[in-house]
Design a protein around this ligand. Structure first.
Ligand SMILES: [Mg+2]
Length: 238
């Protein structure tokens, strides 16, 4: 029986076309440039390498540079979210119709998540926020990130559904028995200019990957899809 829906935050609850994540990516690049006296090109390359190798730029910085994570998180999330996203009454209605508890599981920090949820006008729809600090910086796609969340909620993986926009975050969840819904926004399938490289970005535009139980094209489909998945017989991964 499903008890919790684990929602990713960024580019799941609002469209990737909003420009918010590129703005945060730009802050990350500036951070690297200023702290390590790099030019823009080298900072961007380092940022991408960390993201692809460690899951987040921050994880790479912590492991290779021993930085203060709070200093970094404060700096990179210092953007005015109101410039990029707006109250979303339709999203609020969709979330409100989901008959399960909802929580946020994000690689960002809680203050950013709170600002985003407040701006979208959906903050009260979520019972808890599990952020990168809660994960002790072992962020998605690491299996430990999901294990910590399940332990804290006191549930098994098969009592949860994950809603995500990044295919690379699905396999570890599926290993734990969590059912998965992947948001495959056709408008953002071609992200050749994106600030990071999602290894699954190319596949996004074509077909629903095997690690996703179901795929949706926009977040507004999520309530109906959760209902279908919650009622469906459990299909185990691999
Ligand atoms: Mg996301």
């Amino acid at each position: 029986m499903i008890r919790y829906i684990l929602f990713d935050l960024d580019e799941t609850l609002y469209p990737a076309t909003s420009g918010l994540m590129p703005a945060i990516g730009e802050r990350m690049r500036i951070y690297l440039q200023e702290r390590y006296h790099l030019d823009a090109e080298h900072a961007h390359a380092l940022q991408k390498r960390y993201f692809n190798q460690y899951g987040t730029t921050l994880r790479g910085l912590m492991l290779e540079q021993k930085i203060d994570p709070q200093d970094y998180l404060g700096f990179v999330h210092d953007v005015d979210v109101a410039q990029f996203i707006h109250p979303d009454a339709r999203l609020r209605e969709v979330l409100g119709s989901i008959p399960f508890e909802k929580v946020i599981v994000t690689n960002a920090d809680a203050p950013h998540a709170e600002r985003v949820l407040a701006r979208l006008s959906v903050a009260d729809e979520f019972e808890q926020i599990f952020d990168i600090v809660f994960m002790q910086f072992e962020c998605k796609p690491a299996r430990g990130a999901y294990e910590r969340v399940l332990e804290k909620l006191g549930v098994r993986g098969d009592e949860c559904i994950l809603v995500e926009d990044m295919a690379r975050n699905l396999p570890a969840a599926r290993e734990l028995g969590i059912r998965t819904i992947l948001l495959m926004d056709p408008r953002t399938a071609d992200q050749t200019g994106a600030w990071f490289l999602d290894p699954a970005a190319e596949a996004r535009s074509r077909e629903c990957p095997s690690d996703a139980n179901m795929c949706i094209k926009e977040i507004y489909e999520v309530a109906d899809t959760i209902q279908k998945l919650a009622n469906a017989p459990v299909r185990t991964s691999k």
